[in-house]
Write a protein that binds this ligand. Structure first.
Ligand SMILES: Nc1ncnc2c1ncn2[C@@H]1O[C@H](COP(=O)(O)OP(=O)(O)O)[C@@H](O)[C@H]1O
Ligand SMILES: [Mg+2]
Length: 268
């Protein structure tokens, strides 16, 4: 794996990871000796074919999957141990189909991880949830709406506020702009970009949307052949000679998004 050295502290360290699923149909090896190191302040985008194991990789970082072999260390701890301690304070996750609790208001959805901690004064819980609501660009008038009354872009924002309510230093995003119309997608990208900068977050994002990738990534990791082929700044990945990389970046969508790259050089 190609890796440019960084002096920032390591936030995610995956070493020799095997992810294996066993079923009646047999054994499926999803990751085979996969290595990935992510430094503080990175906005790392993971790309790879459908079914290549991108979501499983995020779930490994959350401690929701077990490593068949190898180590997954997040913020200095084994990922599984962190999950057992209630990992939401350390790692926020925006799931791809991260639906809100439909019977809870916007504010109660955002407050949910705070209430799980128990014992916090209700006024404090409400105030913190309100601050997070505003942080994701929604004003207080939305606090008592129900999820069914929100647009797709607003649902993503509320889910993001919930993921960040305990101020985790690490945020994982699985296809955050999938299903959004282009304007909502652009607006959500701008929000992610400003939160990354303002909160000093480390962000790991899976996306197949090239506009989103070029807009936000400080680095790109390519998952193929059951491992991370390259983890490098986007320009280096573009120059990497591999069939997946060529198809992904140089197909029709890729050419359009590359035009965007020239207009808007990386400044994250
Ligand atoms: N809990 C599971 N049990 C069995 N197979 C799984 C499980 N989770 C994921 N897989 C398989 O692992 C592979 C990678 O899945 P995934 O990480 O979701 O792919 P993607 O890169 O599209 O996000 C797929 O073949 C999927 O069917
Ligand atoms: Mg996936």
């Amino acid at each position: 794996m190609t890796q440019v050295a960084s002096s920032a502290p390591v936030v995610v360290d995956i070493d020799g990871l095997w992810s294996v699923f066993k079923s009646l149909q047999g054994t499926a090896v999803i990751h085979q000796d996969l290595n990935l190191r992510i430094h503080r302040g990175d906005f790392l985008t993971i790309v790879g074919g459908s079914g290549s194991g991108k979501t499983v990789l995020l779930r490994q970082m959350l401690g929701l999957e077990t490593a068949h072999q190898g180590r997954v260390t997040v913020l200095g701890q084994p990922a599984g141990a962190m999950a057992a301690l209630g990992g939401a304070a350390q790692v926020g996750m925006l799931f791809q189909h991260g639906a809100l609790f439909s019977a809870f208001s916007v504010l109660d959805n955002i407050a949910f991880p705070l209430r799980e901690l128990r014992g916090l004064p209700p006024d404090l819980v409400r105030d913190v949830a309100m601050v997070k609501l505003q942080m994701v660009g929604l004003d207080a008038s939305h606090a008592h709406k129900m999820p069914a009354d929100l647009s797709g872009g607003m649902i993503k924002r509320v889910a993001l506020a919930r993921a960040l309510v305990l101020d985790p230093p690490l945020l994982l995003l699985d296809e955050p702009t999938a299903g959004l119309d282009p304007d909502s997608s652009d607006a959500f990208c701008q929000l992610l970009r400003s939160l990354h900068a303002e909160l000093g977050l480390t962000i790991v994002m899976v996306t197949h949307d090239l506009d989103t990738l070029f807009e936000l990534s400080t680095r790109v990791a390519v998952v193929a052949e059951k491992r991370v082929l390259i983890n490098a700044p986007v320009q280096d990945v573009l120059a990497y000679d591999h069939p997946f990389v060529r198809d992904f970046f140089l197909g029709g969508r890729g050419h359009r998004a590359m035009g965007l790259l020239q207009e808007r050089p990386q400044s994250v």
